[in-house]
Design a protein around this ligand. Structure first.
Ligand code: XMP
Length: 513
């Protein structure tokens, strides 16, 4: 939607760091987009790219099931940088020699720069790089020269200056590569000659203009969850078309303490829009009555949410557009051989067939999460929302074990609020990826004053993780845990014991249900 005047293509051959490559390029204020290796050469030619980066990928270029590409791509006159498998692919395309070695070179490796005046290595001394390969180049193609090596890798980098083709066996995009950012900078600015003018301020300006052009005088409806993506989409649309925008916010009563009110206050006070809040806690509670099985609860919450949300949208829909907070990782086609399949993701909502809009608008579909947050901050969304930790769709429904009742929701909301408050005060909030309280289905005996108590057990959970696929339980200092425990028991009626969850993922999941 944003009109981009210079961009770099990240051609995806199925490696694991491909999104990281695009993000690193974008850190330099140059737009990068990822396309699977199945994209046609004609499409590449039509896009006017300033540079192309071949990513890593499966092991051997001689294995014909590995992804390859039309060799013509090297003759387009567009600068190319090959990384890892991409480096070997360039070698193979130009009839150099790649060999499988006996040992895999993996991890931090010392690299020696052989060509000190290589433009790619400007301001890059002999240094540590990150390697992960088994095959290696043993003979560079005609017209290429070796520019760096390591102990076990005779060609850690090579280049053909005349044709603007560069290749590195290592991964400059990962943080373990000491001068990786310099190498990418050199490629982007000194080789591709980009100017670096893609900034979030410009993105907002261009997107607002594009949204106004597209929407005209029509209406837009957006489902607002209070999560980062939909909140930023709402703020952006509000800036573009003000009260032509209606946000539908479903409060199913399973949010954290005061969260529904906070979301409503933020969007009604700070942004021009129609804000429709659907309060349906009672309906949800009655549907969940007597339900114990976690999967059944998830299904009921999901179905009920779908019905309530779309019924409201049906009421609000009046032609015009439906908007959603889809972000770039939800849309990227992978280069792992399933290029025609776009990952299904909760941000991509399936609309009932009877609801018709002119079109769907996804104003954040080109942005990574960190960029979405930057846009949110620039648009004046409070930090609490922009930096909000992930919160599951079924809300506290997956954090109450056993039957869900209003009383249990109250207890959990209070305990969770105390925990979050203490973490915030202790200054370790940014070190944790996610932290919350769980209401177990256990009661234990305790003593308060002279009285014996028999009350609820609260578990607290905090994890650190990069991607939520695996997670480590956070090593929160004991004195912080002690304060949390004291305050929860003193301030939350109905709780007399607190435990800390010391399970990592796997074997545990982050959520308890
Ligand atoms: P698990 O429990 O699977 O959680 O280890 C991994 C991450 O996903 C979040 N999560 C959900 N998010 N809908 C969501 O939008 C869900 O049903 C859901 N279940 C888990 C969880 O909070 C964690 O961040």
């Amino acid at each position: 939607m944003d009109a981009v005047n210079e961009k770099i293509l990240v051609l995806d051959f199925g490696g694991q760091y491909n999104q990281l490559i695009a993000r690193r390029v974008r850190d330099n204020n140059v737009y990068a987009e990822i396309k699977p290796y199945t994209v046609s050469l004609d499409e590449i030619k039509s896009e006017n790219y300033k540079g192309i980066i071949f990513t890593g990928g499966p092991n051997s270029v001689y294995d014909m099931s590995s992804p390859h590409y039309d060799k013509e791509i090297l003759n387009l006159g567009i600068p190319v940088l090959g990384i890892c498998y991409g480096c070997q692919l360039i070698c193979w395309m130009r009839d150099g020699k790649v060999e499988t070695s006996d040992t895999r070179e993996y991890g931090k490796i010392d690299m020696t720069v052989d060509k000190k005046d290589s433009v790619l290595f400007k301001n890059v001394p002999d240094s540590i790089v990150w390697m992960s390969h088994t095959d290696k180049i043993v003979e560079v193609p005609e017209g290429f020269e070796v520019t760096a090596h390591s102990e076990h890798c005779p060609v850690a980098a090579m280049e053909n200056v005349k044709e603007n083709i560069y290749a590195v066996q290592f991964h400059p995009e990962v943080t373990h590569c000491e001068y990786g950012d310099k190498i990418l900078y050199n490629f982007i600015f000194n080789i591709c000659k980009c100017s670096g003018n893609w900034k979030m301020e410009g993105f907002i300006e261009n997107t607002v203009k594009a949204l106004r052009d597209k929407i005209g005088g029509k209406k837009v409806v957006l489902g607002l969850s209070g999560g980062v993506d939909s909140s930023v989409a709402a703020a952006l649309l509000s800036k573009a078309v003000g009260n032509q925008l209606t946000c539908v916010f479903v409060d199913q009563g399973l949010m954290r303490k005061d969260e529904g009110d906070f979301v409503e206050e933020t969007f009604t006070k700070l942004f021009d829009m129609n804000f429709v809040r659907v309060n349906c806690a009672d309906e949800f509670i009655s549907k969940l009555k007597g339900v114990i099985d976690p999967e059944d609860k998830r299904k009921i919450i999901g179905t009920e949410f779908y019905n309530v949300f779309w019924n409201k949208i049906r009421e609000e829909a009046d032609g015009g557009f439906f908007a959603q907070g889809t972000i770039y990782p939800d849309c990227i086609e992978s280069g792992k051989g399933d290029a025609d399949k776009i990952k299904t993701h909760h941000n991509k909502v399936k609309m009932p067939d009877d609801i018709k809009f002119d079109d769907v608008i996804e104003p954040l579909a080109d942005l990574f999460k960190d960029e979405v947050r930057k846009v949110g901050e620039l648009l004046g969304i409070p930090k609490e929302l922009v930096w909000r930790q992930p919160f599951p769709g079924p809300g506290l429904g997956v954090r109450i074990i056993g039957e869900i009742t209003p009383e249990k929701i109250r207890i959990l909301q209070e305990a969770d609020a105390v925990f979050r408050d203490e973490i915030k005060k202790s200054g370790i909030e940014n070190e944790l990826s996610q932290f919350f309280a769980v209401l177990t289905d256990v009661k234990t005996v305790g003593v308060m004053g002279d009285h014996r108590t028999y009350d609820n057990l609260i578990a607290i959970r905090a994890v650190t993780t990069d991607d939520f696929m695996t997670a480590d339980f956070a090593r929160i200092p004991y004195d912080i845990l002690a304060r949390v425990s004291n305050r929860i028991i003193n301030e939350c009626d109905g709780v007399n014991r607190v435990v800390y969850d010391i399970t990592s993922k796997p074997p545990g999941t982050v959520e308890w249900a």
